[in-house]
Design a protein around this ligand. Structure first.
Ligand SMILES: Cc1ncc(C[n+]2csc(CCOP(=O)(O)OP(=O)(O)O)c2C)c(N)n1
Ligand code: SF4
Ligand SMILES: [Mg+2]
Length: 363
């Protein structure tokens, strides 16, 4: 007789302190909450660059998932840097997949565990099954295989760690590279002074709209507790879940190594990466409203990949950000409206912007 497949439930972490230090009497930044799990299934000793956003995301996802987890990694930085011969930083089972087959491989793992448990050949419970694919894989080369697995509703969490480029092969353009983002395939010059001329693919919305029965969420390394809770919600969801995580690439984006988490918050505060959840039960989007709204220059000017931008390019990104604010139900302050006018800007390298020294109080 077939055995029952028992699912795990991962409790959610306390989210107080999300977005700012509000509510903390001591005025400390409370993003790192004391009740976080001690375990780290993604250990030190990997070989990613210092300040690597995807490595931070891997660590937090696996901290949230815990030891009863199986991970797949399509080709990309997080495969190559993390797995030299006979050595990986994982304390959980991990497998590499070709870049195009993260979805189909993971679907097979999920179906395999279901069958083994039903036949009594795996003691259970059903493990947390996660694939973490780069944007080149999830939004481009492997999009079809992930979409197929989502549509068939395999019980697994499909994550795109988005560093907005094909990093591992030398920082080439990907569909999620933002407008004006410089990569080795989108250099700026006389013919195309902005560098990349197309807007980024809206991967997460595509996944939510195209697979309405799936749990879908966006998050960034700027919000660790949010990232971990969405990991747990995705894993608790019975069926397929997709999480799109913004993960800065220190090497490809050219910024100070210590600013990865800060950039993960600023992209949200600049209106350029809305953070939301899509609930398949009522088919609605739930948007996070950040307590701070910044001009896009506060985000762009921190990164060398945007250093060539001219006033009209900055204004055009501010137009996009203002559309995003409206889409998530927030007002657009007058200062940000004015930023839609190229005459209000200098070249990006000459603009003044706020550089954070301490995130302790307020924003
Ligand atoms: C079919 C195929 N085409 C190209 C490659 C070469 N390749 C290896 S890693 C990589 C970059 C992947 O980019 P992404 O998925 O965004 O991950 P990242 O390196 O940015 O972490 C590419 C193009 C490959 N391995 N397989
Ligand atoms: S190139 Fe970017 S994504 Fe790759 S290891 Fe370095 S910082 Fe991480
Ligand atoms: Mg990438």
């Amino acid at each position: 007789m077939a055995k029952e497949v028992i699912r795990q439930y991962l409790p959610l972490l306390e989210e107080e302190g999300r977005g700012a230090a509000a509510g903390d009497d001591t005025g400390r930044d409370r993003h790192y909450l004391p009740e976080l799990p001690d375990e780290d299934p993604y250990q030190a000793g990997h070989r990613t660059c210092a300040g690597c956003g995807p490595a931070i995301e891997y660590r937090w996802v696996l901290k949230a998932a815990g030891q009863d987890t199986v991970v797949a990694g399509p080709t990309g930085c997080m495969y190559v840097a993390n797995s030299t011969y006979l050595c990986t930083p994982y304390t959980v089972p991990w497998a590499h997949t070709p870049i195009a087959s993260g979805g189909s491989f993971t679907a097979g793992v999920a179906a395999g565990y279901e069958a083994l448990i039903r036949k009594g050949r795996h003691p259970g419970p059903y493990p947390n099954i996660i694939v973490m694919a780069g944007d080149g894989s999830a939004a481009d080369i492997g999009l079809g295989s992930i979409s197929g697995a989502l549509y068939r509703n395999h019980d697994a969490l499909f994550i795109c760690y988005d560093n907005e480029c094909y990093a591992n092969t030398g920082i080439q353009v990907s569909p999620t590279t933002p407008y004006a983002g410089m990569t080795t395939f989108t250099p700026f010059g006389k013919a195309i002074p902005e560098g990349k001329s197309l807007p980024p693919k809206n991967l997460a919305k595509m996944m939510a709209e195209g697979h309405p029965h799936c749990y879908v969420a966006t998050t960034t390394v700027g919000y660790p507790v949010d990232l971990m809770n969405k990991t747990r919600k995705g894993l608790n969801h019975r069926g397929a879940a997709f999480m799109h995580c913004f993960t800065p690439c220190q090497k490809g984006w050219v910024y100070q190594t210590s600013m990865t988490v800060e950039i993960g918050r600023r992209v949200v505060e600049a209106g350029l990466f809305p953070v939301w959840e899509y609930d398949p039960a009522d088919r609605t989007y739930h948007y996070f409203h950040p307590p701070v709204q910044r001009p896009v220059t506060d985000y762009l000017a921190m990164q060398g990949r945007f250093g060539h931008m001219l006033p009209e390019h900055i204004a055009s990104i501010q137009v996009q950000a203002n559309r995003n604010w409206q889409d998530i139900g927030m007002d657009v302050p007058a200062e940000l409206r004015e930023g839609e006018d190229p005459a209000k800007h200098l070249r990006l390298r000459d603009e003044t912007y706020s550089m954070p020294l301490n995130r302790g109080v307020g924003a």
